[in-house]
Design a protein around this ligand. Structure first.
Ligand code: ADP
Length: 479
């Protein structure tokens, strides 16, 4: 059994959960201890006690530990990628890529630990000096989702530790394996006891402790809008700092002058890869009328060639949906779309067994055409391999449709026009804009985050991560 890490000790919990492989539900990835509220509080206490020393640790110590963790993650990318694909269901090359990303994130933030500089500014008063420095926040609670089982924990954990915070992390219930592997690696990399604590368990129980315990100074969360709202309310009530990454309803605009292959490949990638379970996935393809029919035909042709099968089998393009609940939600949205008048142009069929007879949560990628902006399928996040096409008159209408959403994470366009690409980059209401690239798939060393209903608080990743994981101090000295 895989245990929780509290104050440097591996501890059992009152319950155990079985981690199930969505590609073959007969396959149990492992048994994982579930912490309860008391253990979550113990973990917070351990993180609190460890903060004093860790917050004053040398940058070299933090560099060495984060760098060692990054090196081990990169060296074990195939093995850890296999585990990730097994527990989450994204295909093996994507899973290995995600693990490599996590390793690189640790390497990046190892370097950032050495670069925490400040500013020296002349005072307006004679004889006075002003220094602006950054200090850690204290204990940070990390609550992570299932769709990036190692990259999201890594991109919260690495900056939190690099800047001298201590951490209690609660990974998503469906994917404890990758989070446990990360805890094991960090533990062996030499983190002092209590600096990083892993508590696996339910959001409503273990997550809730992190929100309400006054010893937790800040919460970084990625997950659904509904949970994000609860977290915001709980943190505000006790003035804790918080950062939220939530849903998306990302548009991908295809203009008449687009390179058709670029447009189709980008839409297939960002609509369906990782089974459409990325917050940056394109779920609305907004296509101008001169290219609409050619684009839809090319999409349908390409989709017919996509192989839906076991995530770890070579040649699989699309793995299973993560679990039965998510599959039911995807199918429900397809039905809602059809009831609203959309046409199911391809896919959308649940497949109970793959070609080897293994039972899993398979769904053929679905394309809904003849949809309008007001349909629920174009307003609500589905979070599966379900994409709709909206017809637009021209660029101006396409841009307006792209921005007509409560979300604002990523926004893409396929065009060969410099004029439209430049205008779109400026006017897309999103935290990230992609030109002739999928809306999903981002670098690890630059800011990640959105606007409107997608995100709240400072950006994650890259140097901008310091905005969340540190607090600024302005010191005045009279010489
Ligand atoms: P998803 O659809 O990705 O599962 P959730 O928002 O339900 O989105 O879950 C994201 C993370 O938030 C998970 O780790 C989950 O356990 C946690 N979570 C869910 N509900 C709560 C809650 N009430 N308090 C704290 N954490 C929660």
């Amino acid at each position: 059994m895989f245990k929780n890490l509290i104050n440097g000790e591996w501890v059992e919990g009152p319950r155990v959960t079985r981690n199930i492989n969505p590609s073959d539900t007969r396959d149990v990835v492992g048994e994982y201890a579930q912490a309860d509220a008391t253990q979550a509080r113990d973990a917070v206490g351990a993180a609190r006690a460890a903060f004093g020393t860790w917050s004053l640790s040398s940058p070299q110590q933090r560099f060495d530990i984060l760098d060692a963790a990054g090196t081990e993650i990169l060296a074990r990318r195939t093995e850890l990628g296999n585990l990730l694909a097994q527990e989450e269901g994204k295909v093996l090359p994507e899973a290995i890529g995600e693990v490599a990303r996590a390793g690189n994130i640790f390497k990046f933030f190892a370097g950032e630990a050495l670069r925490v500089g400040g500013e020296v500014i002349p005072s307006v008063r004679p004889g006075v000096g002003v220094e602006v420095t950054r200090e850690p926040l204290g204990v940070v609670g990390l609550i992570t989702p299932w769709n990036f089982p190692i990259a999201i924990p890594a991109w919260k954990l690495a900056p939190a530790l690099a800047f001298g915070n201590t951490v209690v992390m609660k990974p998503a219930e469906l994917v404890p394996g990758s989070a446990w592997a990360l805890a094991d690696i960090l533990q062996r990399a030499g983190l002092p006891k209590g600096v990083f604590n892993l508590v696996m368990g339910r959001g409503s129980e273990v997550g809730a402790v992190l929100l309400d315990d006054a010893r937790v100074d800040a919460i970084s969360f990625t997950g659904s809008v509904a949970t994000g709202r609860k977290i915001a309310a709980a943190c505000l009530a006790r003035m804790a700092k918080f950062q939220l990454e939530m849903g998306g309803k990302n548009p991908f605009v295809v203009l008449d002058d687009a390179d058709l292959d670029v447009a189709v490949n980008s839409a297939i990638n960002s609509g369906f890869f990782s089974t459409g379970q990325r917050c940056t996935a394109s779920s609305r393809l907004i296509v101008t009328q001169g290219i609409h029919d050619r684009f839809v035909s090319a999409m349908v042709a390409k989709m017919q060639g996509l192989k839906v099968d076991d995530a770890r089998k070579s040649g699989t393009d699309i793995g299973p949906v993560v679990d039965a609940t998510q599959l039911a939600q995807d199918l429900e949205y397809i039905a809602i779309g059809q009831a609203e008048g959309a046409k199911l142009a391809a896919g959308g069929r649940a497949v109970e067994r793959n070609v080897d007879g293994a039972p899993g949560f398979y769904l053929t990628p679905a394309l809904l055409t003849e949809t309008t902006a007001s349909m629920r399928i174009n307003r609500e996040e589905i979070f599966g391999p379900v994409v709709s096409v909206i017809r637009a008159k021209d660029y101006e209408e396409a841009l307006a449709l792209a921005n007509d959403t409560p979300f604002g994470l990523s926004s893409g366009i396929a065009t060969t026009s410099l004029k439209h690409a430049t205008h779109f980059k400026r006017h897309a209401q999103a935290g990230m804009v992609m030109v002739n690239l999928p809306t999903a798939g981002v670098d690890y060393h630059v800011p990640f985050g959105g606007r409107k209903g997608s995100s709240y608080g400072p950006r994650e990743q890259g140097r901008y991560a310091a905005e969340f994981y540190t607090t600024v101090k302005t010191a005045y000295t009279q010489a």
